[in-house]
Design a protein around this ligand. Structure first.
Ligand code: NOJ
Length: 925
């Protein structure tokens, strides 16, 4: 089963020493080397020429279940034979509307007859439980089916038609070719099986294979794998891939399907490698590539100025996606190695509608603690307790705020997770106690591979909680500690065990967990990961569940930590490297092992944007590059860009020079400190954005097309972005030697975020706008029409800011209007879920009056920190606001006058206003 020992050791050495060598692409399959990708590309190419179709909907099989609101039927695959009878394969099909009729789900499975060739511990049925992991437990799965025509008359035509209740969606199924047209608001938006690429490789024996092939099919690697690093795959089912094509009608831009180190707008792959979704460990991955990475979210978004469509391919197997932009349409071809066809389609007017529906289904990003959106200081490794405490105090001495300090692999006793190195960390509770005094948190690494030969791995093996080899024995592979076993967190048994390990390790409530290497990374495995014929709970092969494994690990960790923290009701923080659709519910992630060079800084922006538009916004990249030593300019620019990542962490490889911000030479140190302090001053605005995403899915790093879907010119822009709904627009410097950046702006007024100097664009079309960007300058604007909230004081951590007053920054639009909001809660517990939070809306109307209206106040005015606003900055030029030397303030029965200073030519500052946003008030100019 294992790769030959020499090769294993070679790969192991390569992985550990590859500090100088970038990740080697040859370890990963290309499409032509992957049996099922190769076959499906060939099949589609041949079908495109032959125009044949072999799949049809059996009209007699159709049944509409009123109880479930689901249409059931059989799709027949017909394999013609010259000399014998044709073969018909029955493929059960379901179709339903969901989410009040705004989304459509369809599935295609296979009826498999029992076969003697398969051991009884391997599940015969195709894996159909990906949705169980991906969907939120509260998701509304069954909406009223349509105003379906009752009775059976409508089955008796070549076309079967369904409508949703609201009449916004119409689905037509052409029975003979099994082609589905979906109309949204009367327009044909999506065609399923448009090009007849539907292909379900049904179960057959090797001996009978020749009878089961369609003329257009290739039999390449159906029963073996010829790829050098995975040739031991036993492929017990032979070929079992599924593939479907989808044409997005009148959509010229596709996005999503992370994780890839590539542009935000997906590229045409017809002359290239398809995008691949397959969770793998890709140290120093290649930039600008469709190669797979650590995480997989099989969700795609198509958008045009009129409407948007989302496509969620609910399948966790190795998956390839081909894209062809064809005049005004986008044609896609989805190919997975196994599992069932399970697809959810979302239709709406804007990208935001789609994301809202998608995150209703898969869950929304959990509201993180306030501290966890502060700065994280990490390194592989902090050597011992003294090292940690020194970093802690030096950050304070240098006035650099931070909240989380991290311990990588080496804190353990010889890489045995759930232990501490006794000489370096003799008293972890003492360390945690010291950190806690300033409200600081510690994160430790716990990977799913467990070294053999100590009590934790023994318990995993004894309790049958390990991932198994194809013969049902415990699987052993190589990772950091040497020979290891892997926890099978698909099983309840393993989840309980994992939880018990964490319970023995943690009692302090400022300890959090980092699940790394959970693709899983296996140095001795094919393509750096698990052999596909390993077995998981229920007798399912790794092949079918691979991409969701990492989610089972971090979700188990999260639930365990939540239970451990339940006494104090605290929110755990979990970072995961591998992710899948639904991971956002319980973890943050990052873009993995990047390199300290400008290309990786640049690509981090579209990578983070991609995750943000598929519902997993809590993401960042290692600052300032994981491996290599960044030059000073890069380091500054990376902090200035990274401060906008939703997850803001400095991290470095064990072989790099120490680069904690306080160690840097001047002026680098001050510029990095300014960037981190800026993040802290904007925490109120960021936390409000996080709260919004946790209730509506709206991205935190938001691409231009998402904010301004009306302007096609912005659809390809992926180097500038908005922060949530706040109006903050950033274009980080990601190239060396740059002193000027050029924004592309939709019509409106924009102000420099720091000086409030205005810029007004034309009324019609997007326009370019240059801003100076010397080393000390972070190119960031505030769009007119917005109000943001910040804090001006420096404090050492997020928690210590709790009682400091707020400042409002008002950026009027052309009509001299602006709006913004603030959300606050205790920042650390789940009390907000019981209504203990405060949300208020600020408005500027006609340049004459500012109002504050609390939308939600906690019952009994329970304490959520200070609510005092001390200062209001109003941008003046370029709009119709004119403020005199005083303004009138009304709060409750109290009226008073406040003086206005016009510090800079374009800003009015109303100081010492002493207003609280848990009450209503007005300011009249
Ligand atoms: C791989 C992770 O990507 C990296 O961040 C970490 O430092 C190393 N594993 C060591 O644990």
């Amino acid at each position: 089963m294992l790769l030959p020992k020499v090769l294993t050791l070679f790969l192991l050495a390569l992985h550990q020493l590859c500090f100088v060598n970038a990740f080697t692409d040859y370890l990963l399959k290309k499409c032509h080397q992957s049996g099922f990708c190769h076959r499906n590309r060939e099949y589609s190419g041949n079908i495109a020429k032959s125009f044949n179709h072999y799949y049809s909907l059996n009209e007699d099989s159709l049944k509409y279940s009123e109880a479930e609101n689901v249409l059931h039927g059989i799709v027949e695959k017909l394999i013609p034979s010259k000399n014998a009878d044709d073969i018909t394969i029955n493929l059960p099909f379901t179709l339903r509307f969901m989410q009040e009729g705004t989304s459509v789900r369809f599935t295609i499975d296979e009826e498999r007859a029992p076969t003697e060739n398969l051991p009884d511990y391997i599940s015969l049925r195709r894996y159909n439980e990906t949705s169980k992991w991906a969907f939120d437990e509260h998701a509304p799965l069954s909406a009223d089916f349509a105003s379906v025509k009752k009775g059976h008359s409508w089955f008796r035509s070549d076309k079967v038609t369904f409508l949703n209740k609201a009449g916004t969606l119409k689905i037509e199924i052409l029975r003979k070719s099994f082609l589905l047209n979906i109309y949204y608001n009367g327009r044909l938006s999506l065609v399923i099986n448009d090009r007849s690429f539907l292909n379900i490789e049904h179960l057959r024996s090797k001996e009978e294979n020749f009878k089961n092939l369609l003329p257009e099919e290739s039999s390449f690697n159906m029963f073996k794998d010829s790829f050098e690093y995975s040739k031991d795959d036993t492929l017990p089912f032979g070929p079992e891939s599924i593939a479907v094509d989808f044409t997005f009608k009148n959509y010229e831009n596709l996005y999503g399907i992370p994780e890839h180190a590539d542009s935000l707008r997906l590229r045409d792959t017809s002359e290239d490698e398809p995008y691949r979704l397959f969770n793998v460990d890709v140290f120093e991955y290649t930039v600008k590539s469709t190669s797979p990475m650590y995480g997989s979210i099989p969700f795609m978004l198509a958008t045009n100025p009129r409407s948007s469509v989302g496509l969620f391919w609910v399948n966790a197997a190795d998956t390839w996606i081909d894209i062809k932009y064809d005049r005004h349409d986008s044609k896609t071809h989805w190919i997975s190695e196994s599992g069932i066809v399970d697809v959810v389609l979302f239709f709406g007017d804007t990208p935001a509608d789609i994301l809202e529906a998608y995150t209703e289904l898969t869950g929304r990003s959990v509201l993180p603690s306030l501290a966890s959106i502060g700065y994280h200081q990490c390194r592989w490794n902090y050597n011992d307790e003294l090292d940690v405490l020194t970093v802690d105090s030096e950050m304070d001495r240098a006035h650099i705020p931070y909240d989380y300090i991290w311990l990588d692999l080496e804190y353990t006793d010889e890489k045995k997770f759930f232990t501490w190195n006794p000489s370096a960390f003799p008293d972890p509770e003492r360390l945690l106690g010291r950190l806690k005094r300033l409200g600081r948190q510690l994160v430790i690494l716990i990977d799913p591979h467990i070294k053999t030969g100590y009590e934790i791995s023994k318990a995993i093996i004894e309790r049958g909680a390990a991932v198994r080899d194809p013969l049902q024995g415990t699987f052993f592979g190589e990772c950091w500690p040497g020979t290891s076993v892997w926890i099978d967190t698909f099983s309840r048994n393993a989840q309980i065990l994992w939880s018990s390990f964490l319970k023995t390790l943690v009692s302090a409530t400022n300890l959090h967990i980092w699940n790394d290497m959970n693709e899983p990374s296996i140095f001795s495995g094919p393509e750096t990961t698990a052999p596909k014929d390993l077995l998981h709970e229920g007798g399912f092969e790794e092949r079918s569940v691979h991409n969701v494994y990492g989610l089972t690990v971090h979700e188990t960790t999260y639930h365990s930590m939540k239970e451990i923290f339940s006494g104090e009701d605290l929110r755990p923080f979990i970072l995961t490297r591998a992710f899948f659709a639904g991971s956002q519910r319980t973890a943050a992630t990052w873009t993995g092992d990047n390199v300290a060079n400008w290309n990786y800084l640049g690509i981090s922006i579209p990578m983070c944007l991609s995750n943000n538009i598929v519902g997993m916004p809590f993401i960042g990249a290692d600052i300032a590059g994981f491996s290599g030593d960044p030059e000073p300019e890069l380091l500054i620019r990376w902090y200035q860009a990274g401060l906008w990542y939703p997850f803001f962490r400095g991290h470095a490889h064990i072989d790099t020079k120490r680069r904690e911000p306080y160690l840097l030479e001047e002026p680098v140190k001050s510029l990095v400190r300014d960037a981190i302090q800026l993040r802290y001053s904007l925490l109120p605005t960021l936390y409000t954005a996080f709260q919004k995403t946790s209730t509506s899915g709206v991205p935190i790093m938001k691409p231009m097309f998402f904010e301004k879907p009306n302007f096609c010119q912005l659809y390809g822009v992926d180097d500038q972005f908005y922060i949530g709904d706040t109006g903050i627009l950033v274009k980080p410097v990601v190239e060396k030697g740059i002193t000027q950046v050029e924004f592309l702006l939709a019509p409106g007024i924009y102000y420099d975020l720091f000086t409030l100097e205005p810029f007004i664009t034309s009324y019609e079309e997007p326009e370019k706008y240059s801003v100076a960007a010397d080393l000390g300058k972070i190119p960031a604007l505030l769009e007119g029409g917005h109000i943001i909230v910040k804090r001006d004081n420096y404090r050492r951590s997020a928690k210590l800011l709790r009682n400091d007053p707020f400042t409002l920054v008002i950026a009027p639009n052309r009509n001299a209007d602006a709006v913004g909001e603030i959300y606050v809660d205790d920042g650390e517990t789940f009390a907000y879920q019981r209504g203990i939070y405060l949300k208020s809306v600020f408005q500027l109307k006609n340049g004459k009056i500012i109002t504050c209206v609390p939308e939600h106040v906690p019952p009994n005015q329970e304490f959520v920190g200070t609510t005092t606003i001390n200062r209001i900055n109003v941008a003046l030029d370029g709009n119709d606001v004119s403020i005199k030397d005083t303004v009138n303030i009304t709060q409750g029965a109290e009226c008073r006058i406040a003086t206005v200073t016009k510090k800079r030519p374009n800003t009015a500052i109303i100081e010492n206003v002493q207003l609280r946003f848990n009450e209503s008030w007005t300011i009249n100019f």
